[in-house]
Design a protein around this ligand. Structure first.
Ligand SMILES: Nc1ncnc2c1ncn2[C@@H]1O[C@H](COP(=O)(O)OP(=O)(O)OP(=O)(O)O)[C@@H](O)[C@H]1O
Ligand SMILES: [Mg+2]
Length: 264
């Protein structure tokens, strides 16, 4: 495991937002490596930069934000230098997909869910019409939605929170990305459902050979499924390493504080 080449390598990434004429640095010299088939957990308190940092891997920063330093090497290219949507579309969804924190905002309330999955398949996989529809139904089945043929024609509001989360995951993995980023909803789902979603992501990861970044507040998740963990604090990565090393040998005071907040 230790000698593998990373499939994505972020180095000294700096991200700024401009806000009413002022510059606000949200990410300060963050570095991490992703390895094939592994799970990286990113933990850290609210506002520490977990979403902003990972969104920069797919060019999804808010319009007032930009990467102002460092590099993100993926497939031999520094994608942090990408400027246009056209460039990002070669990566986003296709190679690196993200399940956003709020599943409701990533679904179109006016469109049946099956169509939304189908559109993603048509856009990225080049399948059309009936063929794409069949694949969309297959994806619904894969993420554990019963009666997928019937469910295909239902709207997001007809699904429970957990089921909606499954639909969003179906859209994300429909294009067989190499890397899946899951920004875990912290309050929206209850604990049992979150555990089921985690199981789902884990089994899809095995089946589709994906590398997963799991953003979470739950250190149980870190201990149970992650190979590596990055701890973020105030826009920086204050710990990064193999889970076993971090859990049993954490030296940073913030890591201790975070670990001691573990239930049990
Ligand atoms: N569009 C924006 N303009 C200005 N500041 C922003 C913008 N988006 C995010 N930020 C700031 O960047 C910092 C990091 O935010 P981020 O959303 O990455 O936190 P997070 O670790 O994902 O938190 P949470 O656990 O609550 O999701 C925060 O201080 C936030 O206010
Ligand atoms: Mg976030």
């Amino acid at each position: 495991m230790a000698t593998k080449e990373p499939i994505l390598s972020a180095r000294d990434v700096e991200i700024q937002f401009s806000l009413r004429g002022r510059k606000l640095t949200a990410i300060r010299k963050c570095s991490l490596d992703l390895y094939e088939g592994e799970t990286l957990a990113i933990v850290g308190e609210s506002g520490s930069g977990k979403s902003v940092f990972t969104k920069s891997f797919i060019g999804m920063l808010d319009a007032n934000g930009s990467i102002i330093g460092g590099s993100i090497m993926y497939d031999g290219v520094d994608i942090s230098k990408y400027k246009t949507e056209k460039e990002w579309m070669t990566i986003r969804g296709k190679k690196i997909a993200m399940v956003m924190q709020d599943p409701m905002t990533s679904l179109n309330p006016l469109k049946v869910v099956g169509k939304q999955i189908q559109e993603s398949i048509e856009l990225h996989q080049g399948l059309k019409g009936e063929e794409a529809k069949k694949e969309a139904i297959e994806m619904l089945r894969k993420v554990g939605i019963p009666n997928p043929e019937r469910r295909y024609n239902q709207y997001p509001h007809e699904f429970s929170g957990g089921m909606r989360q499954r639909v969003v995951i179906a859209i994300a993995v429909a294009c067989r990305p190499q890397i899946l980023i899951c920004d875990e909803p912290t309050t929206a789902l209850d604990v049992t459902i979150q555990a089921q979603i985690l199981d789902l992501v884990h089994s899809l990861q095995k089946e589709l050979h994906m590398t997963v970044i799991y953003i979470t507040h739950d250190l149980g998740v870190v201990a149970n499924v992650a190979d590596r963990v990055a701890v973020m604090y105030a826009g920086q990565i204050v710990e990064y390493g193999l889970v076993n090393e971090i859990f049993y040998d954490a030296w940073h005071p913030y890591t201790w504080a975070l670990l001691s907040a573990l239930p049990q």
